[in-house]
Every structure is written in structure tokens, then in C-alpha cells.
Design a protein around this ligand. Structure first.
Ligand code: F6R
Length: 365
């Protein structure tokens, strides 16, 4: 039941501190990830991994895109990420030592399942499913599995399934890192940061009133543009997808550096621009992108680290988030975007939990 909440989506957004904790439960040692969490054969298999192919659909695909940044940076393993409907019809080249990873809330998405079956003929080292539904087809047919422990997700728009997938993908990054030369001090730093994550998620959810206040700026708009850089580009994609599917506002996401290569032409006072701007090495570059938007009269909404001094001025609304380890920022910055879409949809009076034309589990191609 929805309990005290008006919609399942809102309830599921608020379950995130607890389910992220559940996704980490029993999988962290003092200063390293317990590799056996991925199964008894995982340790020996992971040592042989030379690259990774990640395949998924929709929101799960966005989780894969974030993981690419993590896996390449911390485990030094080359990663390809692709939507399942494209992957399954391609002549995929599979180099030796490639791990095949699927991501899925339901474990029944037709294209993702077909991709796994197709991959089986391709000589992968092994397949790993990161999935939320025990006993689902994807789980049954994969060599290794890691359950995301998010509990049933009823709202069609995926929220807690996504953030628990990210938590699971950080575990995968650290598990692979152990056999791929990741510095032990960094491992232990990330393990600590993961432990602190549920508390930080709670603190971000407590900002809901401020996020709701921003939503009024969107209800009358027909378009919105989401910007991010690095691992926050996929978060911008996910923010745009959430807004589209539940509020029916046309939204697009761009890596901030692409703005002047086309989309800037769309920016005017009718186009709100949402920027995900945590405090990482890309912030200065993002700041100059923001100026480009302001110069064209675009209304800006910036989600930034509390340590960033970014002044509110006419046309710029800033919402500060608690400081978080840079690696985990994509996870934290997902939350205000979920809440923003939710409030915009409520203002517009759409069916939040059952958006038109969509099904929770896409079991046909
Ligand atoms: C978006 C959403 C969909 C799913 C996609 C894959 O909010 O829910 O984009 O993410 O249909 O579903 P799973 O993860 O069940 O394979």
C-alpha cells in the first residue's frame, strides 16, 4: 500500500535511504567490497576480466552509463554500454576476457533478455545480471547475479530501482578494482563513503520543500533542457526521462559541452535549463556553459554542492546539496531530479504512477 504517501512513486523515492542500505548490507568488509557477494566463482572470474559490455533499457541503461565512468576510472577496465534493442541486432565483436553485464529492475524486459541469450553465443567470459526481482528470467539465465534489494517497485517511473542499481554498480567497480590495481586507500575511502550514503540520501530528501517550490516554474512549460558533464551527463538523461514520462513535458539532456554545437539555438525564456553541478573538476567548465544559457534569457535551475558559491540572481535558482564524495555524487544528484519531476507531474495533474502509454515491465519487443 501507499501508506501515508499520495503516490507509489513518492513512497518509493522516500524508501531510498533504506533500500540503498539494503543493497550494501553484508557486501562491505572493513575497507573493501566482499567479492563473494557476486557468487562463489566471482573472485576467479573477475581476475580474468579485460573489458565489459553493459546492456540494458531505459532507466537501467542510464545506470550503465554512469557505471562506465566508474569502471574505467577506478578499475581501469574499458566499458561499452548499449541499449538492448540495438545491441541484439548488431554484429558485436567480443574481445577475449569480456564480461557481459545486464541491468534490469524486472528481469523480464524482452530486449534485455534477448540480448543475454544472443550474448551466450558470442564467447563472453561470463554473464552477470544486476537485477531487482529474484527468480526472474534474467537472474535464472545469468552465470552471476547481484540482487539490488530495492523491494517491489510499483510506480511505472523507476526511482529506487535506479539508485540501488548504482549502489550495486559501485560494488562491482570496487570488486573489479581489487584485482585490477585499485589503490587500497581509495578502496577504503569509497567503502566509507558508501556506508555514509543512506544518511546523505535522507538529507537530500529533506530538501523536498525547496524542490517542490522550483516545480512551479515548469508546469506551464512545454520543453526543458538538462545539462551535466562526466558521470552527471547520464544523470541529466535520467532527469529528462523522468520529466518526460510522468509530466509529458518534452525534455532533452545534453553533455554541457555540446550546448554550443546545436541545442543552444533552442534556448530562450520559454526553455528552463536544469544543470547538475556537483563540485568536481568539471564545475568551472559547466559555469561557463551556464553563462551561455543566461545570455539567451534561459531560466536556470542549478543543483550544486553546498561548498560551491553560486549566487542566486534573477533567472538563476540554486539548490544546494550536502557535500558528498565525488564518486557518489551521481547517485545523490538523482534525487532532486526525481522529486522535481514528481512535483511537476502533480501540478499538471497527470497519472503519476501509471503514465499514459507505458507499462511497468516491457515483455514484448
Ligand atoms: C523509466 C523506466 C523504464 C525502464 C525500462 C527497463 O522510468 O522505468 O525506462 O527502466 O523499461 O526496465 P527494466 O529495468 O525492468 O529492465
Amino acid at each position: 500500500s501507499k501508506g501515508e504517501y499520495r503516490h507509489f512513486m513518492l513512497k518509493e523515492i522516500h524508501e531510498q535511504p533504506a533500500v540503498i542500505a539494503a543493497a550494501l548490507e553484508g557486501r562491505l568488509g572493513d575497507s573493501a567490497v566482499l567479492v563473494e557477494s557476486f557468487g562463489p566463482e566471482a573472485r576467479a572470474l573477475f581476475e580474468r576480466v579485460q573489458q565489459i559490455h553493459i546492456v540494458a533499457c531505459g532507466t537501467s541503461y542510464h545506470a550503465g552509463l554512469v557505471a562506465r565512468y566508474w569502471l574505467e576510472r577506478y578499475a581501469g577496465v574499458p566499458v561499452q554500454v548499449e541499449v538492448a534493442s540495438e545491441y541484439r541486432y548488431r554484429q558485436v565483436v567480443v574481445p577475449e576476457g569480456t564480461l557481459f553485464v545486464t541491468l534490469s529492475q524486472s528481469g523480464e524486459t524482452a530486449d534485455t533478455l534477448a540480448a543475454l541469450r544472443f550474448a551466450r553465443e558470442k564467447g563472453y567470459l561470463a554473464s552477470l545480471a544486476i537485477c531487482n526481482v529474484p527468480g526472474s528470467s534474467l537472474v535464472r539465465e545469468s552465470d552471476l547475479t547481484l540482487m539490488t534489494q530495492a523491494g517491489p517497485e510499483i510506480g511505472v517511473a523507476s526511482t529506487k530501482a535506479f539508485t540501488t542499481q548504482l549502489a550495486a554498480l559501485m560494488l562491482l567497480t570496487l570488486a573489479l578494482g581489487r584485482s585490477h590495481g585499485l589503490d587500497e586507500a581509495i578502496q577504503s575511502e569509497l567503502v566509507n563513503a558508501l556506508r555514509g550514503l543512506p544518511r546523505l540520501v535522507e538529507r537530500v530528501l529533506a530538501l523536498d520543500e525547496g524542490i517542490e517550490a522550483l516545480s512551479t516554474g515548469f508546469a506551464e512549460k512545454h520543453h526543458a533542457l538538462f545539462l551535466g558533464r562526466g558521470a552527471h551527463f547520464p544523470i541529466a538523461l535520467e532527469g529528462a526521462l523522468k520529466l518526460k514520462e510522468i509530466s509529458y513535458i518534452h525534455a532533452e539532456a545534453y553533455p554541457a559541452g555540446e550546448l554550443k554545437h546545436g541545442p543552444l539555438a533552442l534556448v530562450d525564456s520559454e526553455m528552463p535549463v536544469i544543470a547538475v553541478a556537483p563540485n568536481d573538476e568539471l564545475l568551472d567548465k559547466l559555469k561557463s556553459n551556464l553563462q551561455e544559457v543566461r545570455a539567451r534569457g534561459g531560466e536556470l535551475y542549478v543543483f550544486a554542492d553546498e561548498q560551491v558559491s553560486l549566487a542566486e540572481e534573477p533567472g538563476i535558482r540554486v539548490l544546494h546539496l550536502p557535500h558528498v564524495h565525488e564518486a557518489l555524487a551521481p547517485l545523490l544528484y538523482t534525487l532532486p531530479l526525481q522529486l522535481l519531476s514528481y512535483h511537476v507531474a502533480v501540478l499538471k495533474g497527470t497519472d503519476v504512477d501509471q503514465p499514459r502509454n507505458l507499462a511497468k515491465s516491457v515483455t514484448v519487443e
